[in-house]
Design a binder for this molecule. Structure first.
Ligand code: GUN
Length: 283
């Protein structure tokens, strides 16, 4: 059996076109959805992510503000910038790219972002809203992974979903989103003993551990939907996921490639959350 490949690029295009219509409808009413992205320091990967976020806004005709602050920016100065953008009516979505330099308390930063503009869904109020089934902003990567499953026709309700990874950005919100869609959810970590026993029982397997190719074909239930959130740069310069694609695709029913799977969806859902925020502000 060879798995159906979930084409994240194609699905992201389709979803972006849907949200562009909603953005255009707002613009016809004189409201241009706006996103502000703050980056502190020079982390090369973060710089690429931020540039791509700003580019996606431009492609959809959204307003965007890119604030690049030096690595030695004080916490006070960053909080002041956040307060300024919280108060700016042209901005509907605001995020600070993580990680921030060590002298800045990231919890303080996430708490300072207005929950109404928190398009990353990382503010404790929005985390709580997701946990209690009153979702306002779903974190972009797990939200994108959920859309990939739905658009691929993978049934979620009643199925056993196993999430490997328990980060605040991916694993925990992914588990909550799947639970919200009536899956039976198990959360594992890379340290779970006899991990394969759990993963082999998964109808839906989402992997976000940051450990290259740690999930191999023998750890997958035949026919399962496998969503690989990992993106690892190998010594030869190539990218690979947390799932060993070659062996996994022979067992799985559906699988996301790396690159070209979950990656293109993250920024798409950021744009979606920004447009949705602008819709709420205009209501
Ligand atoms: N760093 C890695 N992923 C993310 C994300 O989704 N949002 C922010 N703000 N920082 C990140």
């Amino acid at each position: 059996m060879t798995a159906r490949i979930i084409d994240g690029k194609a699905i992201a295009q389709e979803v972006r076109a849907e949200w562009k219509l909603r953005a255009d409808a707002l613009k016809a009413r004189g409201i241009t959805p706006g996103l502000a992205v703050i980056i502190v320091g020079e982390d090369p990967a973060s710089k690429v992510y931020v540039a791509n976020k700003v580019k996606a806004c431009a492609e959809l005709g959204l307003h965007s503000v890119h604030v690049a602050l030096p690595a030695d920016t004080s916490e006070t100065a960053l909080l002041a910038k956040i307060a300024e953008l919280n108060a700016d009516p042209k901005i509907h979505g605001l995020l600070v790219q993580l990680p921030v330099p060590k002298h800045i308390n990231s919890d303080k930063v996430l708490n300072a972002i207005s929950p109404e503009k928190d398009v990353d869904g990382f503010h404790p109020l929005n985390v709580g809203a997701l946990a209690t089934g009153n979702m306002r902003f779903a974190p972009c990567t797990p939200y994108g992974a959920l859309i990939l499953l739905q658009k691929s026709g993978v049934e979620i309700e009643g199925k056993h979903a196993v999430v490997v990874g328990r980060s605040n950005i991916v694993g925990k919100p992914m588990a909550l989103l799947l639970l919200q869609h009536n899956a039976t959810v198990t959360i594992c970590t890379s340290k779970t003993s006899d991990l394969a026993k759990h993963t082999r029982d998964a109808d839906i397997l989402v992997v976000a551990t940051g450990k290259p190719r740690m999930i191999t074909g023998d750890m997958i239930k035949p026919g399962a939907a496998v969503i690989d959130v990992g993106i690892n740069r190998m010594a030869d310069g190539k990218l690979c996921g947390d799932v060993d694609f070659e062996s996994a695709k022979e067992v799985a029913g559906w699988i996301t490639p790396v690159p070209g799977g979950v990656g293109p969806m993250t920024i798409t859902m950021l744009v979606a959350n920004t447009v949705q925020s602008a819709e709420r502000a205009a209501a």
